[in-house]
Structures are given as structure tokens and as C-alpha cells.
Design a protein around this ligand. Structure first.
Ligand code: PLP
Length: 398
């Protein structure tokens, strides 16, 4: 027999993927330019030139045996050293190459980290703040934990402290934060991070064991204006950072990221050993070598964020002018818009009439909203504005 659980995961497509597939079908029927597909978080801005240059140089100048060979399971030491140096120079992160593990993107970083810290005794819990990236539930359950969700406050989408304190208990093993956030675009303020760290330290003392803070950071560099994203190892010692180059360098298909176990945590050596063990058990050893070796050449580089910023301003200003309400979109490339009727699915069906393809928020654990991924061309946004306006009129918002 097969695993019924895995079969169910394989059969049930994510709602995002379903809309994405519908968009493809619809585009074939009525033409690309007539479908306003806001479904998926695939970066739309080309990679910075540094990516191509680094890859070409590596391919031309490095012997292919060492370029394409296995690296250490945790990633090449020179690459881990470059990452640690960059993090220390940029954020005073207290990072060390001996506590970095290269992964195939943030997804693997998350599954490895969760497997490393969970005992698989089915009583352990991981807290996520809703709305959250839907895969957290899949990853946490596979690692043997229950995902407990704590809704954020509206309209600022910061942490609801009362609900958070209520959710913490002796089974809490970790808390995931994702800032800038998918799907809201909200960045957690430094004040929120101070508060969260203090609350977690108190809980660790109360329950007598570490509670890890997992920082899921694929959008770290995607922030607009002068907004700062606090680096969590500076605030809380029991931090594990899960980073990805997917969005910052527009290379999601290449699958490269890393885990940083904060060397400041007690038993950091054991936690890192557990990361090595989990990577091994899950078959995630030696992340793609070519893309590992690209990293030192591209640290701190990003795709042209001014295009996302232009899209964000254009769409946010238009939608709010039409009477819609959106979370404050300081980062990532998503707008989280409140639906004028409580059923987000019904709203999305009405939007479809205008060829607007939006994602209902239910799978993000926070009904009554839609996610609008504005990592599309600015032309698409401009062309879609009359459709949003007509939708607003249908709901008598204007
Ligand atoms: N975490 C969040 C919040 C994401 O939005 C994504 C991808 O969209 C991931 C993790 C997975 O990222 P990666 O492509 O690096 O595996």
C-alpha cells in the first residue's frame, strides 16, 4: 500500500496552483493580454546581471569536475564563509560558517529545521501567525508536529499578544515568523520583535525548554521606502534563519538557500548536528553546486526592486481609491485585500467575470481576503485597473 496522507497531498492541488492552471487555459482561449493573472509569486523582474556573469565565469574558468562535483553535505566551506561574513557585516548577525547549511530553497530549509528540532512524538506544536504560507502546515505535520495558528491583528497584521500568550504552552517547540510576509506584504516592526523575543524568553523559562524562533526570510530584501527588517539573531538567541535566494535574485527554479543556526543559542552545536542529521535523513545533502558557487558573487544583490515598488504603488493607490481596503504593503510582492463580502471564494468568482484572477485567503488561514501577487508586468496592472474598478462598482464601493 501507499501513504494515504501523501496521496492526498499529491491529489489536492493548492488553490494557487489551480488558479494558475485556470489562467493558462483562459489565456489560450482569449489571449494573454486579456487575462489578469495575479495568482502566483513567481518573480517577474529579471535576475541582476551579476547572476549571469557569475555563472558564465564559473562555467568558463572552473574545471568542471570540481564545479559540478559533490560539495560537503552542508555546502562548500568557502561559500558558507562568504555568507557568514556578509551577514555579520550587514546585520551584525553573529553568524559562523560552522552553523550554516546550504539548502534547495527556503522550503527545504524549513523542513530540515523543523525535523531537526522536533522529537516526532506527535504532541509538539509549532506556532504560525495567520495569515501564513500554506506549506507550513504540510511541513510541520510531516515533521511530526501540530501547526497552531494565531491570527494577526487587523488592519496592521502585527501580532495579537493576548492570543499568542494563550497559544504558548509546554508543547510549543517553535514559532515561525515570515517578514516581509506572504500573503500580506507586512513587515514586523522592531517593537514587535522586541516584544516577541521577551515573550518567548519568559515562556522558555516557564516551560523549561528552548522555544526556537524560525525566521522564514525569502523576502528579506524586498522592502520599499526606508522600512527596516530586523535581523532576528540580534534579538533572540534561539533563532534559526531559513533564507532563500529565490525572490531576491529572481531564481526560484534554481532552488538555493540556506539555514543559519544562531551560534549564540545554548547547545548550538547539537542543534546544528540535528540539522545535518535531518538534511541527511530527508536526502537534502549538497545543495546544487553551481548555484552554491554563484552565491559569493551575488550576496547583497537584488533584482530591480523599483519595478515591484512601481507596481505596488500603482495598484495600492488605485484599489484604495476604488474603496477596497488593503494591508500596509511594505514588502514582498503581495497585496492582501479585504473582500467586500465575507466569502472570499464568492468574491473571486465575481472577479473572474472581469478576468481578474485572485487567490482567496482561506488557505492562508485568514478568510475574508484575497492575495494579489503583483510580481507581474506594470502593463498588466495598468490594463487591469478598469476591471478592478468595475468590480468595485458591482459592490457599490464607488
Ligand atoms: N516561505 C514563503 C513565505 C514563501 O512565500 C515561499 C515561496 O513562495 C517559500 C517559503 C519557499 O521558497 P523557496 O522557493 O525558496 O523554496
Amino acid at each position: 500500500m501507499i501513504s494515504k496522507k501523501m496521496e492526498a497531498l499529491g491529489v489536492k492541488k493548492s488553490v494557487i496552483r489551480e488558479i494558475f492552471e485556470y489562467a493558462k487555459k483562459r489565456k489560450a482561449e482569449i489571449g494573454n493580454e486579456n487575462v489578469f493573472d495575479y495568482s502566483i509569486g513567481n518573480p517577474s523582474v529579471p535576475s541582476p546581471a551579476d547572476v549571469k556573469e557569475a555563472l558564465l565565469t564559473l562555467l568558463m574558468e572552473t574545471d568542471s569536475v570540481s564545479l559540478h562535483g559533490y560539495t560537503s553535505a552542508q555546502g562548500d566551506l568557502s561559500v558558507r564563509t562568504a555568507i557568514a561574513d556578509y551577514l555579520n557585516q550587514t546585520y551584525e548577525a553573529g553568524a559562523s560558517p560552522d552553523y550554516i547549511y546550504l539548502t534547495v530553497g527556503a522550503a527545504a530549509a524549513l523542513t530540515i529545521s523543523m525535523s531537526a528540532i522536533l522529537d516526532d512524538d506527535k504532541t509538539e506544536e509549532i506556532i504560525a501567525f495567520a495569515p501564513f504560507f500554506p506549506e507550513y502546515k504540510v511541513f510541520a505535520e510531516k515533521a511530526g508536529a501540530k501547526l497552531v495558528t494565531v491570527p494577526c491583528t487587523e488592519p496592521d497584521f502585527q501580532i495579537d499578544w493576548q492570543a499568542f500568550e494563550h497559544a504558548l504552552n509546554e508543547n510549543t517547540k517553535a514559532v515561525i515568523v515570515n517578514s516581509p510576509n506572504n500573503p500580506t506584504g507586512v513587515v514586523l516592526s522592531e517593537e514587535t520583535i522586541f516584544h516577541l523575543s521577551a515573550s518567548l524568553r519568559r515562556a522558555e523559562e516557564r516551560f523549561g525548554h528552548p522555544i526556537y524562533l524560525i525566521a522564514d526570510e525569502p523576502y528579506r530584501e524586498l522592502v520599499y521606502g526606508d522600512v527596516k527588517v530586523p535581523y532576528l539573531t540580534r534579538y533572540y538567541d534561539d533563532t534559526i534563519v531559513c533564507y532563500s535566494f529565490s525572490k531576491s535574485l529572481s531564481i526560484p527554479g534554481e532552488r538555493i538557500g540556506y539555514i543559519l543556526v544562531s551560534p549564540k543559542m545554548e547547545h548550538a552545536k547539537s542543534v546544528y548536528a540535528a540539522v545535518l542529521g535531518a538534511g541527511r535523513a530527508l536526502g537534502f545533502v549538497c545543495a546544487p553546486a553551481l548555484f552554491q558557487f554563484m552565491i559569493p558573487h551575488c550576496l547583497g544583490k537584488t533584482a530591480d526592486l523599483s519595478i515591484y515598488n512601481q507596481n505596488r504603488e500603482l495598484l495600492y493607490e488605485a484599489l484604495t481609491a476604488y474603496g477596497f481596503t488593503c494591508a500596509n504593503p511594505d514588502g514582498a510582492f503581495y497585496l492582501f485585500m479585504k473582500t467586500p463580502e465575507p466569502d472570499a471564494y464568492a468574491f473571486c468568482e465575481k472577479a473572474k467575470k472581469y478576468e481578474l484572477l485572485l487567490v482567496p485567503s482561506d488557505d492562508f488561514g485568514f478568510p475574508g481576503y484575497v492575495r494579489i501577487a503583483y510580481c507581474v508586468t506594470t502593463e498588466q496592472i495598468k490594463r487591469s485597473l478598469p476591471a478592478f474598478e468595475a468590480l468595485a462598482k458591482e459592490y457599490h464601493l464607488i
